[in-house]
Design a protein around this ligand. Structure first.
Ligand SMILES: C[S@@+](CC[C@H](N)C(=O)[O-])C[C@H]1O[C@@H](n2cnc3c(N)ncnc32)[C@H](O)[C@@H]1O
Length: 480
């Protein structure tokens, strides 16, 4: 029996594993991955299957299979799947080592928080599943603890293991671990490289849900890999690295001389490894494929033409150069747009958001030739900066709720748990100021009430209801 059987793993939704996101990444690397809205998806170590439920809701034509050793988690997940009426999500309590030919082929095989937390023979089993079960242009996702950044986390893990070794219960180990973390974060600490690193790592540990420390940091198996070691393991199993699952420019922020060096580095694997040396990443999320599927980076214009774009963009004022404009996301990030075409495109995106616009239509605004290529590069940079998002399959978000507004059945059911999945499969928390009222309203927004009836049922004015509906539209949880 493992700790997972006694204490539920905190609810976690991984939007990076969303098949559409993986297909988008694959597309950028010249891989035409199976259509995310008509595919078979396998998650290894799925816990209660929270991510799969969000994916299954957003992509009803695809089939999702989740496998986890922990029976109580699978049972809990199955209850939720039933409650949500998700006939395309199938959860099974079993060891991943039992996955075999009888399970068939999968277009996407994903595992978050598993690879680093299992013994070597299971890790090899996971790689063998990706090799044997992935369809020819299928895409995999594996996250793992990375070095050298992970050394600081490892150091803290070792301290916690020493400090809690006399404890016999999981609860006792959690409590004892938090006592040490409290001491390690007690200000003021002496000023030194050691203390700064230690204190920051301890603060990060202490911010996690309490149980997570037991599973993620103190679990008996906790392996770290240099990127080149991970890439060698992939190669041994006939697999190839595609890209990091996140969107962010990996060399941004590094000194220009170092950036120039990286830009010239021909070996992709070495480049990724050295980026980790410079950034000290302790965790990686890798998109992978079978060897031979990756065609190489797609040219910007055809890449953009095959995608859909959406984003809560907002004009941010004139830029530094004449005619230049800055545009930003509602949250963070900013991009400078020097030419009228890209400014027009961003204005259009702002106008229709949360609807998507087809890249093909946007590219048509760019005329063609060099101008289209420039626009495509701008769109790609904005995706990397987190200002807009790119999809292969446009999510079904709406802009104006109907006469009887309806939030997704998934979001309505999740609201009680303090989080919701958007129709684009992002996870949003529903705690904090202003969110509590939304949390209470959500279950009522089920398509049976008019705005006046919602106002009466929730005890708010109609104006307040309208304002909250706008917020729900922005959260991308409203359906037609
Ligand atoms: C850290 S949790 C991650 C859960 C989920 N993927 C997430 O991100 O929230 C690791 C999960 O892997 C499962 N697990 C560990 N070894 C396994 C194995 N050999 N076969 C199936 N599941 C396994 C555990 O039961 C646990 O639910």
């Amino acid at each position: 029996m493992s700790a997972y059987d006694n204490i539920p793993y905190p609810i976690y939704l991984s939007d990076e594993m969303y098949p559409d996101h993986l297909a988008t990444k694959a597309w950028m690397h010249g891989i035409e991955a199976p259509p995310p809205n008509a595919s078979r998806v396998l998650e290894l170590g799925c816990g209660a299957g929270w991510s799969l439920m969000a994916f299954g809701y957003a992509l009803p034509q695809s089939q999702f299979y989740g496998i986890d050793l922990c029976e109580p988690d699978i049972r809990r997940g199955q209850e939720w799947v039933e409650r949500l009426g998700l006939t395309n999500v199938h959860l099974r309590a079993s060891d991943v080592m039992e996955v075999g030919e009888a399970d068939g082929q999968f277009d996407y095989v994903v595992a978050h928080g598993l690879f680093s937390w299992v013994p070597d023979f299971v890790r090899d089993g996971i790689l063998a599943i990706c090799r044997d079960r992935l369809a020819p242009n299928g895409i995999g996702y594996l996250s793992f603890n990375a070095l050298p950044g992970g050394h600081i986390r490892l150091m803290l893990r070792e301290m916690l293991l020493v400090h809690t070794r006399a404890q016999t219960s999981d609860q006792g180990r959690i409590e004892q671990a938090y006592r040490l973390l409290q001491l390690l974060t007690e200000p003021p600490m002496p000023e030194s490289v050691y203390h700064t690193a230690l204190q920051k790592a301890a603060e990060r540990f202490a911010r996690q849900p309490r149980e997570q420390i037991l599973f993620d940091e103190m679990s008996p198996e906790n392996h770290h890999y240099y990127f080149h070691e991970f890439a060698s393991l992939l190669a041994q199993y006939g697999l190839d690295y595609v890209d990091d699952a996140g969107f962010a420019d990996p060399i941004a922020g590094l000194p220009p001389k170092v950036q120039a060096l990286f830009a010239r580095m021909p070996d992709r694997i070495a480049r990724e490894q050295y980026i980790d040396f410079f950034h000290g990443r302790g965790f990686r999320s890798a998109v992978i494929c079978r060897q031979g599927s990756r065609r190489g980076w797609k040219a910007a214009a055809p890449m953009a033409a095959g995608l859909h774009f959406a984003g809560p963009t907002k004009y941010g004022g004139p830029g530094g150069e004449p005619g230049e404009q800055t545009w930003r996301a509602l949250g963070t990030g900013e991009i400078s747009l020097p030419d009228a075409t890209s400014q027009r495109v961003f204005a259009r995106l702002a106008e229709v958001w949360p609807h998507c616009l087809a890249g093909e239509d946007l590219m048509a605004l760019g005329g063609g030739g060099e101008e289209a290529e420039r626009l495509a590069i701008t769109l790609y940079s904005a995706v990397n900066a987190g200002i807009i998002r790119a999809y292969r399959h446009a999510p079904a978000c709406i802009r104006t709720p109907g006469e009887r507004p309806r939030a997704s059945a998934l979001a309505r059911a999740q609201a009680d748990q303090g989080f919701v999945s958007t129709l684009a499969c992002d996870a949003l928390t529903l705690s904090g100021t202003g969110k509590e009222v939304l949390r209470q309203l959500l279950p009522l927004v089920d398509g049976t009430r008019t705005r006046a009836q919602l106002a009466e049922a929730a005890g708010h004015s109609e104006a307040k209801i309208e304002e909250m509906l706008t917020q729900l539209v922005r959260m991308e949880v409203m359906e037609a």
